[in-house]
Design a protein around this ligand. Structure first.
Ligand code: NAD
Ligand code: TYD
Length: 339
């Protein structure tokens, strides 16, 4: 089986490539990635010189390179995206180009190359925001209501995938997943930012009062869900992927991190809130469990512990990123004004 993985040098894409190599040792893998600030070939250095693996540097919004990369592919899994909400607030244009136009270019190529399956990796955020005092959970039938430039661009891409299924019968599936954590996550998102700041002796910047609520999934569980959907999922269907534990507030998970690292709560620094900050995301994961027999393997405590351990044990990986000018500029732009 030949897989085209787009965005395979980023956080979830690189974990998925590791997952494929481990679970399908005969898989042929092409990784098409633009290597934006978030793309990092260090995540995949285990496969340098491996004949089963090919890396192509290129943009999913460029038809020529996409068509070349898709040649002979049986399956396409699209992870390539601009993925950080705070950056989308500063610069929405890149989100529209990659997430919307890029998806449409991939879909056209998938039709042309008659791929057996196109899988689109999306997010819970397209469904909007649940009130903090509500126990509601979204289902695959819930209406779309994106509220950040990031989630609006991801919602547009989901709609395009659905349109290509209905209009052209493209064999497509979609996952909308909860917040992932684990190895190789760029230290701009809450978990890697918090853990690496603590390891550097700094504080954790917490937006508002830390009351916002999320679900946290270990990235390997996301990979197992996508792999299963590629094998058993029904074309045209959307599947939610989320952990079994109840959603938790940012403050609760930050306290778990501090406890694991034996650090006091005064390492929390409350800063100004994110504009339009979605209060709560919560997905009902019954469909994928019922129809495909998927189960998340990790509890919340294991998920947090494994993530803390990885950043403790891989300081060279994240220090290189944090030492880069790109990162320093971003950090200053995002956090200096919040104090
Ligand atoms: P990431 O930012 O870590 O990685 C994105 C990758 O895409 C990078 O390697 C980057 O170089 C590449 N890329 C960006 N623009 C590109 C372009 N135009 N052409 C080719 N490559 C390009 O993101 P991630 O956290 O791994 O997220 C992967 C996917 O999963 C995204 O679609 C995201 O919306 C979705 N998702 C993420 C989470 C999460 O918690 N991180 C949760 C749910 C869904
Ligand atoms: P993030 O990791 O950016 O994911 P998302 O917004 O896509 O869910 O943020 C997770 C939560 O943590 C979200 O409620 C925003 C909050 N947060 C902070 O409080 N401080 C930070 O520095 C960051 C990056 C996020």
């Amino acid at each position: 089986m030949k897989y085209l993985i787009t965005g395979g040098a980023g956080f979830i894409g690189s974990n998925f490539i590791h997952y494929l190599v481990e679970h399908h040792p005969d898989a042929e893998i092409v990784n098409l990635d633009k290597l934006t600030y978030a793309g990092n070939l260090e995540n995949l250095k285990a496969y340098e010189g491996d004949l089963r693996y090919t890396f192509i540097k290129g943009d999913i919004a460029e038809p020529k390179v996409v068509n070349e990369a898709m040649n002979g592919a049986d399956v396409v899994v699209n992870f390539a995206a601009e993925s950080h909400v705070d950056r989308s607030i500063h610069e929405p244009a890149a989100f529209v180009r990659t997430n919307v136009l890029g998806t449409q270019v991939l879909l056209d190529a998938a039709l042309r190359h008659k791929v057996k399956r196109y899988h689109h990796v999306s997010t819970d955020e397209v469904y909007g925001s649940i009130a903090l005092n509500s126990d509601e959970k979204w289902t695959e039938q819930s209406p779309y209501n994106p509220r950040s430039p990031y989630s609006a661009s991801k919602a547009a891409s989901d709609h395009l995938v659905r349109a290509y299924f209905h209009t052209y019968s493209l064999s497509a599936t979609i996952t909308n997943c909860a917040n992932n954590i684990g190895p190789y996550m760029y230290p701009e998102k809450l978990f890697p930012l918090a853990i690496t700041n603590l390891l550097e002796g700094k504080k954790i910047p917490v937006y508002g009062q830390g009351q916002h609520v999320r679900e946290w999934l270990y990235v390997e569980d996301h990979c197992s869900a996508i792999d299963l959907i590629l094998q058993k999922g029904k074309p045209g269907e959307t599947y939610f992927v989320s952990p079994d534990n109840e959603p938790v507030s940012n403050l609760e998970v930050i306290k778990k991190i501090l406890k694991l690292m034996n650090l006091p709560e005064d390492r929390i620094e409350f800063v100004a809130d994110r504009p339009g900050h979605d209060e709560k995301y919560a997905l009902d994961n019954n469909k994928i469990k019922r129809e495909l027999d998927w189960k998340p393997k990790y509890s919340l405590d294991e998920t947090v512990r494994l993530t803390v351990e990885w950043y403790k044990n891989n300081q060279e990986w994240w220090k290189k990123i944090k030492d880069s000018q790109e990162y320093k500029n971003y950090y200053q732009k995002q956090y200096d004004v919040l104090k």
